[in-house]
Ligand binder design. Structure first.
Ligand SMILES: *Cc1c(COP(=O)(O)O)cnc(C)c1O
Length: 236
């Protein structure tokens, strides 16, 4: 693994977790929502196995990673531990084999070609996989994801891949100081879910919001927020 970040100690992680959970709960209350509706996915990318162990000491089991290679290395280092790995980064089709073998969930499904490759590999592995469809709600070229207007067709086609259990939608908001612009991205994802429901696709989960913008995501209906730096520290 290259450019690893400095690992966090268990006591600091406990303190960060308490602080983030309290902020998530406060955002829920401000939005008139039950804090039990919003899960926190710790994002361990660039942090080592020691950081993951610090989080596991609190009973956390699911960890977000954005690169298959790094996920594979970390899982090998933590062999025997009950950690589950959630892929949240862009996934190349030629990495579908490892993803199908190693991940418990993929949140970055953004095209039919990838769905077909994953389903084929899952068949060979005798597994099923929870997936979220990543939707591009931000105008930034650097952000990946399916254009919102292509979501209905993709959801229909995903019915052909029974090993992919489509649980919801994921997005990354625009990086901006303008909270209205950020919030509009999260609102867009919620509207995508509403449209999908009218189309007969009941999608429970909305994965949206990171360390810098999770309160806005919760206000717009996030069911899980993906938190890296606020829990594990600055990435190098
Ligand atoms: C890194 C990452 C996060 C977490 O980012 P922080 O700002 O560190 O909380 C969330 N989602 C995705 C897709 C990421 O790549």
């Amino acid at each position: 693994m290259l450019a690893m970040s400095a690992d966090i100690d268990a006591a600091s992680f406990v303190a960060n977790w308490a602080q983030v959970r309290a902020r998530v709960d406060a955002a829920c209350r401000a939005a008139g929502r039950d804090p039990g509706e919003v899960a926190i996915l710790p994002v361990s990318k660039t942090f080592g196995a020691a950081s993951v162990r610090a989080a596991m000491a609190l009973g956390l089991r699911r960890f977000g990673e954005n690169r298959v290679q790094e996920l594979r290395d970390k899982q090998a280092e933590l062999a025997g531990e009950p950690a589950e790995w959630v892929l949240i980064g862009q996934l190349q089709t030629n990495k579908a084999k490892d993803a199908a073998r190693l991940a418990s969930e993929v949140q970055s499904l953004d095209r039919l070609e990838l769905a077909a490759a994953l389903d084929q590999r899952l068949q060979q592995e005798g597994r099923v996989l929870d997936v979220l469809v990543q939707v591009k709600t931000s105008p930034e070229p650097s952000k990946t994801g399916l254009p919102p207007d292509e979501l209905p067709a993709l959801l229909d086609r995903l019915r052909d891949y029974p090993r992919l259990c489509v649980r919801g939608l994921m997005t990354l908001a625009v990086h901006s100081d303008d909270t209205e612009q950020v919030r509009a991205c999260f609102r867009r994802l919620r509207e995508c879910r509403e449209q999908a429901a009218r189309q007969g696709h009941a999608l429970e989960r909305l994965s949206m919001g990171m360390s810098g913008d999770f309160s806005l995501a919760i206000a717009e209906g996030a069911t899980e927020v993906r938190i890296g730096s606020a829990l594990f520290g600055q990435r190098s």
